[in-house]
Design a protein around this ligand. Structure first.
Ligand SMILES: *Cc1c(COP(=O)(O)O)cnc(C)c1O
Length: 394
């Protein structure tokens, strides 16, 4: 089987044979990571500006998270949500304290967190005596995950077309289009669900006017404002949460990606009356918030809060944007904190990915024109300089 002497080429061939080919993978086999760097099977070093697509917020193998996982793995990995566990309570309290929400539900991924949020708002309308209030308004070019309801919420036909029939009851509007939002939200709306910054479609920050309008319309019609903070949450945008960028507080918010430093976890947070909608039996996840995941998340979120990494993301992110803008061919730089995109005038972004890999740099493109960077929050200006030097050579 696969050993330390198996080559990258052999691993790639076995993947093609045994793994469902759902991913367009880059031709590299990663075997190890430390901080902002990852290493392939041949020992080559890569500066990782993708960080597991915004998951490795504290970099690869952050010592405090590794320590927490190792310790908890030897104590209690999993029980069941039929029983109380201290770590889950502690994590919920921490998330509530830093977010201003009231209660948490734990699951294992972003899509699952959004499923929880969408079930919650549908039930809330029924409990309130408004079963007709069952539509969810989302944005075009949004991304909310890959389950059936999540791809339905995702306003991108390319993710939906092979999987019809979709879930009924969704309406789409162009992101940041205030008039379209006003026209779409009515007495049938149970929620408006938005990303504070659209990530997957190329890093498009929301406007304050749009988010404030969403807040007002939800208040007017008694609908919930859901922020999908799966990617923007926990420091990514240079604030602890994306919503802090525009002074609009959601009723329900979802987290995943960075939350447990690389360990799979998702969470749905809700405040005030929305926090008490679910009752025993309404929703569940076998693995959700198990002791191992909670230990990883507690260590991660505590370090993000206390280590100064949110401020670091803001500072290094703005430095990164300035440097990217100096690259030849860059037409526009967008982003908040360490969620950054560089758009080129010519279709060369995808081509740059493999060239960058050759030079020891891991980057991502959302289309032929746009490079997306979601590096670890621990990135330094020195490493930005190194990345920019490599990009300039390309
Ligand atoms: C990644 C992402 C998701 C999906 O998360 P999974 O863990 O892959 O299910 C949902 N929403 C946003 C905004 C994301 O970036």
């Amino acid at each position: 089987m696969i050993t330390e002497t198996t080559t990258s080429a052999e691993v790639m061939a076995l993947d093609k044979q045994y793994v469902m080919q759902t991913y367009g993978r880059q031709p590299v086999v990663l075997v190890r990571g430390e901080g902002c760097f990852a290493y392939d099977a041949e020992g080559k070093e890569y500066l990782d500006l993708v960080a597991g697509i915004a998951v490795n917020g504290l970099g690869h193998c952050p010592p405090k998270v590794v320590e927490a996982i190792c310790r908890q793995a030897g104590v209690l990995m999993h029980t069941s949500n039929l029983y109380y566990t201290p770590g889950q309570v502690e994590l919920a309290k921490l998330l509530v304290e830093i977010s201003g929400m009231s209660k948490a539900f734990f699951c294992n991924s972003g899509a699952e967190a959004n499923e929880a949020a969408m079930k919650l708002v549908k039930k809330a309308a029924k409990v309130a005596g408004h079963p007709e209030q069952c539509e969810i308004v989302t944005a075009e070019k949004s991304f909310h995950g890959r389950t059936l309801a999540a791809i339905t919420a995702t306003g991108q036909p390319k993710y939906q077309k092979s999987f019809t029939p979709l879930v009924p009851g969704y309406k789409y509007i162009p992101y940041n289009d205030v008039e379209a939002l006003k026209a779409a939200v009515d007495e049938k709306t149970c929620a408006v669900m938005m990303e504070p910054v659209q990530g997957e479609s190329g890093v498009h920050p929301g406007t304050e006017e749009f988010m404030k309008t969403a807040r007002e319309l939800c208040d007017k019609f008694g609908a919930a404002l859901i922020f999908d903070e799966v990617q923007t949450g926990l420091g990514r945008t240079g604030k602890m949460f994306g919503f802090e960028n525009f002074d609009v507080v959601p009723d329900v918010m979802t987290l995943a990606k960075t939350i447990a430093g690389g360990f799979p976890m998702g969470a749905c947070l809700a405040r005030d009356k929305w926090a008490d909608v679910f009752e025993p039996g309404d929703h569940a996840a076998t693995f959700g918030g198990n002791p191992l995941a909670c230990a990883a998340a507690l260590a991660t979120v505590t370090e993000i809060r206390d280590g100064g990494w949110v401020e670091n993301a803001a500072k290094v992110g703005s430095y990164f944007c300035k440097q990217l803008a100096t690259l030849p061919g860059v037409k526009e730089v967008r982003g908040l904190g360490l969620m950054v995109a560089a758009e080129f005038g010519e279709p060369k972004a995808k081509d740059m990915i493999s060239k960058a890999l050759d030079k020891g740099l891991i980057i991502n493109a959302t289309n032929e024109y746009t490079l997306r960077f979601v590096p670890p929050l621990i990135l330094t200006e020195e490493l930005v300089d190194r990345a920019i030097a490599t990009l300039r050579e390309l």
